[in-house]
Design a protein around this ligand. Structure first.
Ligand code: HEM
Length: 174
């Protein structure tokens, strides 16, 4: 792989990867609890984030770029997925971290992104109604918030594993 392609891939992988992972951890640790605690105001923030700022699309874009660049870097480091490198300490650790990252991406696409989208739509419906939300709307919002909290916590734990593996992989003895 030409050096400038390698440098570009590392730039994309690391800069976008850490921005994306930090965002997911921030959402799970700080944003979702704040949204849950502040009722209708929290709903309005969620609508703004999903419908105006398109947060789920940015997060999905971030994870796709991180994983595609990660796979290209993995292919390069392993000289075309050679079993010798893949069974070394660094090889196994990068593969473990990569697998954790890919599981987070699948979870994000299947659960987190559609749930965030629906939370935003529901928040907008409630705001458009003018008055207080109906009992059905409150129940649906609570259900969505619960699902989102669980999925985001799971994603954060898997991401911390992925980040830990990426941070140490190069130095793991074979
Ligand atoms: C889930 C999010 C991910 C984050 C936050 C992340 C983060 C990082 C970081 C910070 C490094 C620099 C470590 C170093 O050079 O010593 C790195 C390197 C690397 N990552 Fe990831 N990574 C992620 C996912 C993946 C995935 C899915 C793969 C694909 C299997 C992957 C493969 C690699 C490889 C092969 C390197 C070494 C590149 C080189 O040869 O210099 N990563 N990653």
């Amino acid at each position: 792989m030409p050096p400038y392609v390698f440098l570009l891939l590392r730039f994309i992988h690391i800069v976008i990867g850490v921005a994306w992972a930090g965002s997911v951890i921030f959402i799970a640790m700080f944003l979702l609890p704040a949204i849950k605690a502040t009722g209708p105001n929290g709903g309005a923030v969620m609508s703004y984030l999903t419908q105006v700022k398109r947060m789920p699309s940015y997060l999905m874009g971030g994870v796709i770029l991180t994983i595609l660049s990660g796979l290209a870097l993995f292919w390069n480091a392993s000289a075309g997925f050679s079993t010798q490198w893949m069974s070394s300490g660094p090889g196994k650790t990068f593969a473990f971290g990569g697998a954790m990252g890919i599981i987070v991406a699948i979870l994000g696409g299947a659960v987190n992104a559609p749930t965030a989208k629906r939370m935003g739509e529901l928040g907008a419906e409630i705001a458009a109604g003018g008055g207080p939300p109906s009992a059905a709307q409150v129940a649906e919002m609570q259900r969505l918030q619960q699902r989102m909290t669980t999925a985001m916590r799971a994603a954060s734990v898997l991401l911390l594993l992925a980040l830990t593996a990426m941070a140490v992989a190069r130095y793991v003895p074979s």
